[in-house]
Design a protein around this ligand. Structure first.
Ligand code: ADP
Ligand code: MG
Length: 632
């Protein structure tokens, strides 16, 4: 509830609406206590007094009745009628919608055709017809307004219920032996309630207007009683000679409807689950960069070079240090593996390179990312956009989520090509075909006209790779591209990436949690834990003699083919949450070699600067551990 209010009031306009509406409500509620004259007492001698006259703050109407008193009274009536009819319509409409949607079949058909019949009449005419049949009067106006709004709720809620009723959790409830009533009240209702609330909040204003409309026509409140609509109706004749009699109720209707609508929009936004998770606005086009310290001096290592990169998530008062001073580089034609448990910051590191971390909540707070010497973190959006896909391309884990479901894959490839190169469609199509062939998709010609859902997971991932290759990038960042695939397909995709790297001189950053994959593909490997690199070195050297206890444990988790029977190792405990990292080594809590010194200060990554080894063409090794398993 407090989150809801906080979200609601972050929206300034909704806040304004709430305040105005609150003031109006308080005013009309305390109206009986105020020293106001009787709203229905006429005084023909005091007709059409101007506002601010003696004893009549807002003046008087054509019968000399006090406008202030009538306004308070009328607002009370109008608000009450509007709110009651909104709740009545919501209650009846939602009940109908839930029953129709939940039971489906013949019941659904019968109910919904009835609703359709109601909807076949023009809305306001239907309301008029209902009042005409029942006779004029406030109560009948209320019934009419509620009745014509029932179909709105019934249709909306039925649609949502139908999609929910087929879901597994409803099946599970049924299998658990719950009756229909229990399922509807305990499983369905909580899920549709936000939609009902949103429906009410967005229609109350409308219903107040409708009631006012009926009263304006003389079908709602009857003389001498006032409501806002009838006040307007009576003032019509004196619109020119005594405009204040129309302006006063008109302004009130405007204020009420505006404030309710502003508040309603705010309520709708605040109830949207996507907004609840913290992202109140859509993410910016690039990650926010807010570097506190100095930008590190450029070192000339590698084609793509990350120096001391720091990316954090600022969620409310919490700061998640997802990437904590990470330095990495990759040379042309080289494959660098990044390995670590899930949540260790691999993806965020990769996404930070091209400014793809969603902001808010992501912020790059330090370090540099250099591509060919240029600092990408200070690059303009246009230059970054030109480089995305053209120089540095990504392959993501789930190709079904990254490909657009409604376009043929050929068209998506063509779009990728044309967004960076000024080529004709025919040329782009030829290039797309060639790309599909280069990633070994059989029947490439026909496949161009397939939709993503018509392909298997492995094929889709190949399309993802083809897409990444579309503009001949120099660096490909592959974020667990084979995790969702079975082992045979995985092997094919790895072989394909390896071949492409040798053919095209691609630099690959390959993110995985599987040391087997690293061994197969990568020249060098960096091990990440809790947002930091804990070990780095040539793959073979690290595999043969892991120096960090965490690396050693990770390697022990990989089953060996033909290695005989042994119990597969697991690492006890869980990775730390990165918003509250312990002092010292983040792995200490799970490490059996940890001692007191491991839990104080910061532990440096040691061993990188070995000039001699770099000259011999060997990549340096480094480890962030006070008691490494192996001397490096
Ligand atoms: P992985 O190594 O599995 O790819 P990620 O890079 O996706 O891990 O995530 C690194 C850390 O960043 C995780 O601990 C996660 O809690 C945190 N994180 C990621 N996205 C968000 C977010 N939107 N808000 C807060 N924390 C996040
Ligand atoms: Mg990830």
């Amino acid at each position: 509830m407090t989150t809801f209010l906080r979200l609601l009031f972050r929206n300034k306009l909704a806040g304004l609406g709430a305040v105005v509406l609150g003031l109006i409500l308080v005013l009309v509620l305390i109206a009986p206590l105020l020293p106001l004259p009787d709203p229905n007492v006429t005084a023909t001698g005091d007709r059409f007094l101007r506002p601010f006259s003696e004893g009549h703050l807002l003046g008087t109407d054509h019968l000399g009745r006090d406008l202030m008193a009538r306004l308070m009274h009328g607002t009370r009536v109008s608000l009450a009628i509007g709110l009651i009819s909104a709740f009545a319509a919501a209650f009846v409409g939602s009940a109908i919608g839930i029953i129709a949607g939940y039971f489906g079949g013949r019941i659904d058909n019968l109910i919904m055709r009835g609703i359709d019949m109601l909807m076949a009449f023009p809305y306001i005419l239907l309301a008029l017809a209902i009042v005409a049949a029942l006779g004029p009067g406030l109560m009948n106006a209320l019934i009419a307004v509620a009745a014509v709004n029932v179909p709105f709720f019934a249709r909306n809620i039925r649609g949502i219920t139908v999609s929910l009723a087929g879901r597994e959790f409803i099946d599970a409830a049924r299998l658990a032996g719950l009756g229909h009533t229990r399922i509807i009240t305990s499983e369905l209702l909580p899920n549709v309630l936000p939609v009902i609330v949103i429906g009410i909040s967005t229609t109350v204003g409308w219903m107040i207007l409708e009631t006012a409309g009926l009263s304006f026509l003389g079908l709602g409140s009857q003389p001498p009683d006032a409501d806002l609509g009838s006040m307007l109706g009576e003032a019509r004749a004196a619109l020119i000679t005594a405009p204040h009699t129309s302006v006063v109720p008109g302004l009130m209707i405007f204020l009420i409807v505006m404030s309710i609508n502003l508040l309603g929009d705010g309520v709708r936004d605040a109830l949207d689950p996507r907004l609840k998770s913290g992202a109140l606005s859509r993410p910016r086009a690039t990650t926010l960069v807010d570097r506190k310290g100095a930008v590190p001096e450029a070192d000339q290592k590698g084609l793509l070079n990350l120096q001391e990169l720091e990316t954090q998530f600022h969620v409310g008062p919490r700061i998640y240090r997802a990437v904590n001073r990470v330095s990495l580089h990759v040379n042309p034609g080289e494959c660098l593996g990044i390995i670590g448990e899930s949540g260790s910051g691999k993806s965020v590191t990769a996404l930070s390179v091209m400014g793809l971390v969603a902001s808010p909540p992501g912020v790059v707070t330090g370090g540099a990312v250099r591509y060919g010497g240029e600092d990408l973190l200070s690059a303009s959006y246009e230059s970054l956009r030109a480089k995305r896909g053209e120089n540095v391309a990504y392959i993501f884990q789930d190709p079904l989520a990254t490909l657009h479901p409604l376009y043929k894959i050929g068209d998506q490839l063509i779009e990728a090509i044309q967004s960076h190169h000024d080529t004709s469609r025919t040329e782009a199509r030829a290039k797309a075909l060639e790309l599909l062939k280069s990633v070994r998709i059989p029947n490439a010609e026909q496949r161009l006209d397939n939709f993503p859902h018509e392909m298997s997971g492995g094929m889709r991932q190949r399309v993802g790779i083809a897409m990444a290759l579309a503009n001949d990038p120099d660096v490909i960042i592959a974020d667990e591209p084979t995790t969702a695939l079975d082992v045979t397909v995985q092997a094919q995709i790895l072989a394909l990436l390896d071949e492409l790297r040798r053919e095209r001189g691609l630099a690959i950053i390959f993110i995985t949690h599987d040391f087997g994959v690293v061994a197969q593909l990568c020249d060098r490997v960096a091990v990440m834990y809790a947002g930091q690199i804990v070990e780095e070195g040539p793959t073979m050297a690290v595999l043969d003699a892991p120096a960090h206890p965490y690396t050693k444990r990770l390697i022990a988790c990989v089953p060996e083919l033909g290695g005989g029977r042994r119990e597969l190792a697991t690492i006890p405990g869980l990775p730390p949450v990165v918003d509250n990292l312990p002092e010292g080594c983040a792995f200490a809590a799970r490490c059996d070699k940890a001692s007191e010194t491991c839990r104080t200060g910061t532990i440096a990554l040691k061993g990188t600067a070995r000039e001699g080894m770099a000259l011999e063409g060997m990549a340096a090794r480094a480890v962030r551990c006070l008691f490494p398993e192996e001397a490096i």
